[in-house]
Structure formats: structure tokens, C-alpha cells
Ligand binder design. Structure first.
Ligand SMILES: Nc1ncnc2c1ncn2[C@@H]1O[C@H](COP(=O)(O)OP(=O)(O)OP(=O)(O)O)[C@@H](O)[C@H]1O
Length: 246
């Protein structure tokens, strides 16, 4: 297992926001973290990143907890936030170099991996420019390049498809599938269920801070007795959504 979450209760203050969440991610698995606004997806992700301490329960990445060895723990992860985090004083090339340093990758390896990624995301002519001046989608691509450069065991991607143009989305999906084939794993939170349905092996559905379902689309269809349903349909049923006249 790459990620093991066992009975995680946590949040920002003494009052927990997420309650007793347990699920695992195996090698080469893509798992969608799905839930309504405020359901607890980002909070769960912050716990996995080691930014919040569990009130109770445990999170292991590659068998390690964050409190055992935070640096080794973090090197196994790459996080791509929904809002890009970039350094004003660094060029794109320097962002790449800094990422390589943080992950202990030598510069030659990093630059050869980066060259391919820069081409894929059409930023190869922009390496000496400052990404804080890039467009929103271009900034997101910088975050993606830095993440895919580091070849972590587990990618955590927040809303990967927002802000990218169709070519960018296609490239990202190809990279995700390639990494999956290499045995690397991805946890992505998304509201774009039609795309998630096509690429995720399993879905962890969070509602009001609790994990209310987990499984492949086929398993969810069976569990909720909805043969042939789309992820959207299953999800609306599970969360009691949709507009009714009651
Ligand atoms: N920094 C914070 N301090 C205190 N409470 C927070 C903080 N961030 C989020 N929360 C609360 O935690 C709960 C879960 O929020 P969270 O951001 O995890 O939801 P989400 O599922 O990621 O939602 P969205 O789809 O809107 O991004 C909400 O009730 C929210 O108000």
C-alpha cells in the first residue's frame, strides 16, 4: 500500500471537521476523492500532507507516519494545489531546479525530465521567464511540471482539470496514465465526475466529513443497486442531491 488512512479524525481546532475516515491506495491506483463543497476533501488532503495533526487515527505513506520522519514522508509525495504556489523571484528554470533539490534529484536528470514535460505543456520557450507573470493555466502547468519531475510514489492533485485548456487536460491525463503504469499512485479531488469516471480506479466519497462510500464505479453501482448508472447519478443518489418537489 502507498497510502493507508486508518480511523482519521481531524480538523483545524478542537472541533473535528472529518470523522473516522479509513481507506487505502495501492501501487498504480488512481483514486478520486469526491464530495460536495465543504465536505472535507481539502482537510483530508492537508492531513495526508502532514500539515494538520490527526486528533485520532493514523496516516501512513509508504509505511511511514509524518511524525516518524517528516522529510522522508514528504519526499514520497507531490502535491498539486488548486491554486498554484509560485515564487516571485524565481524563473521557471529555477522552480525546476529548486524542486529537484527538494527531492534529491541531480540537475542533469531533472533537466532531461523537465525538457520533455516543458514540451508536453508547451512551455519550452518560457524557461527563463518568471511564472508569477504567467496566465492561470500556465501557472498550473508549472506546478504540474514540478510534480511530474519528481516521480513521487503518490501524487495528490486538487481539482486537476480546472483552469487547463483541452490540450493541457489531455496531456495531464496521458501523464497520469503513464505514471499509473509505472506503479505510481494518484489521489485526486474533483467535481468533474464525467472525467473522473473514465480515469479513476476507485472513488472515495466524502459527505459532511465522513467517508460514506468507497469502491470502483461497478462496486458502487452494485452497492446502491443502480446498474448502468453514471458516477454522477450514483453520487447524487448517495448524497441525496438533486432538486425535488417535496
Ligand atoms: N482553515 C480552516 N479553518 C477552519 N475551518 C476550515 C478551514 N478550512 C476549511 N474549514 C472547514 O472545514 C470543513 C471542510 O472544508 P474543506 O475545505 O475540507 O472542504 P472541501 O470538501 O475541500 O470543499 P470544496 O469542494 O469547496 O473545496 C468546512 O466546514 C470548512 O468550513
Amino acid at each position: 500500500m502507498v497510502l493507508q488512512i486508518d480511523g482519521l479524525t481531524g480538523g483545524y481546532s478542537k472541533t473535528p471537521v472529518i470523522h473516522d475516515i479509513s481507506f487505502n491506495i495501492g501501487h498504480g491506483e488512481i483514486v478520486g476523492l469526491i464530495g460536495l463543497n465543504g465536505a472535507g476533501k481539502s482537510t483530508t488532503i492537508k492531513h495526508i500532507l502532514g500539515l494538520l495533526r490527526p486528533h485520532s487515527g493514523e496516516i501512513r505513506v509508504g509505511g511511514l507516519t509524518a511524525s516518524e520522519d517528516i522529510e522522508s514522508y514528504r519526499r514520497q509525495l507531490a502535491y498539486i494545489p488548486e491554486t498554484p504556489i509560485l515564487y516571485e523571484e524565481l524563473t521557471l528554470k529555477e522552480h525546476i531546479q529548486m524542486t529537484a533539490m527538494a527531492y534529491g534529484i541531480d540537475e542533469a536528470t531533472a533537466m532531461s525530465r523537465a525538457e520533455r514535460l516543458l514540451k508536453i505543456f508547451r512551455l519550452e520557450t518560457k524557461v527563463d521567464m518568471f511564472p508569477t507573470h504567467f496566465s492561470k493555466g500556465m501557472k498550473q502547468k508549472v506546478m504540474l511540471i514540478c510534480a511530474f519531475l519528481s516521480h513521487p510514489d503518490l501524487y495528490i492533485i486538487d481539482e486537476p482539470f480546472l483552469g487547463l485548456d483541452p490540450l493541457g487536460i489531455e496531456s495531464l491525463i496521458e501523464l497520469m496514465v503513464e505514471e499509473k503504469r509505472n506503479g505510481r499512485s494518484i489521489l485526486m479531488s474533483t467535481h468533474i465526475l464525467a472525467t473522473a469516471e473514465r480515469y479513476c480506479d476507485r472513488f472515495a466519497i466524502i459527505d459532511d466529513g465522513r467517508l460514506i462510500a468507497i469502491g470502483s464505479l461497478e462496486a458502487l453501482r452494485e452497492e446502491f443497486d443502480m446498474p448502468g448508472a453514471t458516477l454522477d447519478e450514483v453520487y447524487l443518489r448517495i448524497t441525496g442531491g438533486g432538486i425535488t418537489n417535496d
